[in-house]
Design a protein around this ligand. Structure first.
Ligand code: SAM
Length: 280
């Protein structure tokens, strides 16, 4: 089992971890109050905080959205099987806990390729016989769709939910490739399935656009090596042929919040958006 290190990565560091490079899974864990992060991750979050002081709200708002989406899918859409691509480290509320509270028999397959998530997450995320963890690259759709656990644990003749929450903006390479990747997944989904995504948002102009540009530049200079924000139209292109559920592409804070947003949204909250859509 991985043991977190206050000083940095140490003797219990899992194979494959470069102690000198931050990882998005561990940075996210740091922000969410977990304990699987190293000094390099904390330093990277603090460096980004100097560019966007509310940076933690990107992760906090995202996790709240993921939980609301899962509740919606389980309670309102009646979905009882989930493929969570880029699960992250286990935290207080994980997908299987949210959906199995609604439907005890709901099945979940988690996928991630971060070595700490692989080492640590498997034990905690595979909490019962309805949940599985697969170590794999979500940007290689065929390898995930053909994986025997993904094929056998989920029933591909019935609707399911595909979750790509805070993952697609981490793709490095051709800007158009994520839309192709999503098409491959969507083509494989049974009719009546849902896809939920969240993504760094670029409003295209104005002060928030400038803030996002500065943020992306800062991420590119660090050990994550880049993150790509998308406009509303580009986010819509990630869901080819799907019917968006109301309110369509929205800031995460505005996607069916638990109550009215009484405080003005800060810069980070204005720069992360999401959408849930159904395959007809
Ligand atoms: C910001 S976290 C989001 C975690 C979770 N989806 C959520 O929204 O709370 C992004 C996760 O995607 C994972 N990830 C990034 N690229 C990946 C890839 N190519 N294959 C599998 N997982 C990946 C990271 O390891 C990390 O755990």
């Amino acid at each position: 089992m991985v043991v977190s290190s206050e000083a940095g990565a140490g003797a219990n560091t899992p194979v494959g971890v470069d102690p000198n490079r931050a990882s998005v899974a561990r940075m996210y864990d740091y922000i969410l109050g977990g304990k699987d992060h190293y000094q390099v991750d904390r330093d990277e979050v603090e460096r980004l905080r100097r560019v966007m002081p509310e940076v933690a709200d990107l992760a906090l708002e995202n996790r709240r959205y993921l939980i609301r989406v899962c509740r919606f899918l389980a309670e309102r859409a009646g979905i009882d099987q989930y493929l969570d691509c880029g699960s992250g480290l286990p935290t207080t509320e994980n997908v299987h806990q949210v959906v199995q509270r609604v439907e005890k028999l709901a099945k979940v397959v988690y996928v991630d390729n971060d070595p700490v998530v692989v080492a640590h997450g498997r034990a905690l995320l595979e909490e019962n016989d309805r949940t599985r963890f697969v170590a794999g690259d979500i940007f290689e759709p065929k390898s995930i769709l053909d994986h025997e656990v993904v094929r056998e644990h989920l029933d591909w003749t019935r609707p399911m939910a595909l979750l790509f929450v805070a993952t697609l903006h981490h793709f490095k390479g051709d800007r158009h490739r994520p839309a192709e990747i999503m098409r491959e997944y969507v083509d494989a989904l049974p009719s009546g399935s849902y896809v939920a995504i969240s993504h760094l948002f670029d409003p295209g102009e104005g002060a928030d656009h400038e803030t996002m540009a500065a943020f992306q530049e800062a991420v590119a200079r660090g050990s994550l090596g880049g993150a790509t924000a998308r406009t509303e139209e580009e986010i819509r292109e990630l869901l080819p042929g799907l019917e968006p559920v109301e309110p369509g592409v929205a800031l995460l804070a505005d996607w069916w919040p638990d109550g009215p947003n009484l405080k003005p949204l800060n810069a980070a909250q204005r720069l992360i958006a999401g959408v849930v859509a159904r395959k007809p």
